[in-house]
Ligand binder design. Structure first.
Ligand SMILES: NC(=O)c1ccc[n+]([C@@H]2O[C@H](COP(=O)([O-])OP(=O)(O)OC[C@H]3O[C@@H](n4cnc5c(N)ncnc54)[C@H](OP(=O)(O)O)[C@@H]3O)[C@@H](O)[C@H]2O)c1
Length: 334
């Protein structure tokens, strides 16, 4: 297993992180329920292969994901890095959501109870809260770090300017700083390259891509002929959550298939390898529903795509540059 620094911190995380969004025995249809025995197999296998980083959130099945992750890690739970999140709507109580000091202080205790742990390694704000001044959020997070309930803090799903504003405030006030940005990033979703990645590189945040296989689309089991295979996430969802052009997706899959044959690998492994080649990526948050998928995805670890093949994938999946990016690039050397 390869370990990378998480942003500009001293924390070392495995280049693959196991996401626990699919860890749910009841209720969450589109993520896909897993039995506890399958979760246990998946977690044990990940640990065995050197994965030391696990990601969950309070809102994944309303706390059930945190509970199941803690239970499956058992005695190992203090030997690994656990990341969780706060922000989502946990109940109908108007204060049981968001990034207020009130909700953050309540949520951290609830997450610790569910995980049966005394601290969280990486506490992430799940997405921006328009209803709370960001200073209130950052001050509350700083208090959690100073109290020892939280070791590091990170963001998820922020715009570039929101990251820049937050970290600039943290520096000015001498508050604990964000070290990571958990963002959607895959061969079919490269929007973060324009604003978020430059902000993170400048401010020392490591990128943690989520849905690296675009919800499984890039696993190789979807095709023009069978767009919704039985019991797949896309078949269970009423409408796709991630936004991408399916036609372009099928073209990318055709090219991934050729590369998979060249490297004697699988399509999923090639797609994950492209992410691994990005220096700003600290750890890729994979999601699986069974051991077979984990075995497949972990097979991206011990080899690398050539520089030329990474560049080829860069080229065929390049998003159109928005303004002011094309303007800034045009005059960058003047
Ligand atoms: N911060 C955020 O806003 C946010 C949002 C989403 C996710 N996340 C995090 O990112 C993690 C990963 O997200 P994700 O689950 O969407 O990742 P993903 O890797 O894009 O999709 C995972 C799904 O694809 C299918 N799959 C994966 N590997 C496969 C393989 N080798 N062969 C066939 N099918 C395969 C499985 O679904 P089926 O078998 O059901 O088809 C699996 O549940 C989550 O657990 C969570 O921790 C964060």
């Amino acid at each position: 297993m390869e370990y990378r620094r998480l942003g500009n911190s001293g924390l070392r995380v495995s280049v693959l992180c196991l996401g626990a969004m699919t860890f749910t025995e009841k209720g969450w249809r589109s993520a896909g329920q897993m039995s506890f025995s399958e979760i246990q197999k998946v977690v044990d296998y990940a640990l065995d292969k050197g994965v030391n980083f696990f990601d969950t959130a309070d809102i994944y099945a309303f706390g059930e994901s945190e509970e199941l992750l803690g239970k499956a890690l058992g005695k190992k739970k203090n030997d690994v890095i656990i990341a969780t999140k706060v922000r989502g709507v946990m109940s109908e109580d108007p204060n049981d959501r968001g990034l207020s000091r009130y909700h953050i202080f309540k949520s951290i205790d609830d997450s610790l109870k569910r995980l049966k742990r005394d601290y969280i390694d990486l506490y992430q704000v799940h997405w921006w809260d328009n209803h709370t001044p960001i200073e209130e959020t950052l001050d509350a997070l700083n208090d959690l770090v100073r109290e020892g309930k939280v070791r590091y803090i990170g963001i998820s799903d922020f715009a570039g300017w929101q990251i820049a504003k937050s970290v600039t405030l943290q520096e000015a006030k001498n508050w604990a700083k964000f070290i990571s940005a958990q963002m959607y990033y895959s061969l079919l979703g490269r929007d973060i390259e324009f604003e978020v990645v430059p902000a993170c590189e400048d401010l020392g945040l490591g990128i943690l891509p989520w849905s690296p296989l675009a919800g499984g689309f890039l696993s190789g089991k979807y095709s023009r002929e069978a767009p919704y295979p039985q019991d797949s996430r896309y078949a269970r969802m009423e409408r796709p959550f991630l936004r991408f052009d399916f036609e372009k997706g099928y073209f990318v899959l055709d090219e991934l298939k050729k590369l998979a044959e060249k490297y004697n690998a699988t399509i999923a492994q090639v797609a994950l390898n492209w992410l691994k080649a990005k220096p700003f990526v600290s750890s890729i948050i994979i999601g699986v529903r069974n051991l077979k998928q984990l075995e497949d995805n972990l097979g991206c670890i011990d080899w690398d795509l050539s520089k030329e093949d990474v560049e080829y994938l860069d080229e065929i999946t390049a998003p159109e540059k928005p303004y002011p990016q094309w303007f800034l690039d045009m005059f960058a050397d003047l």
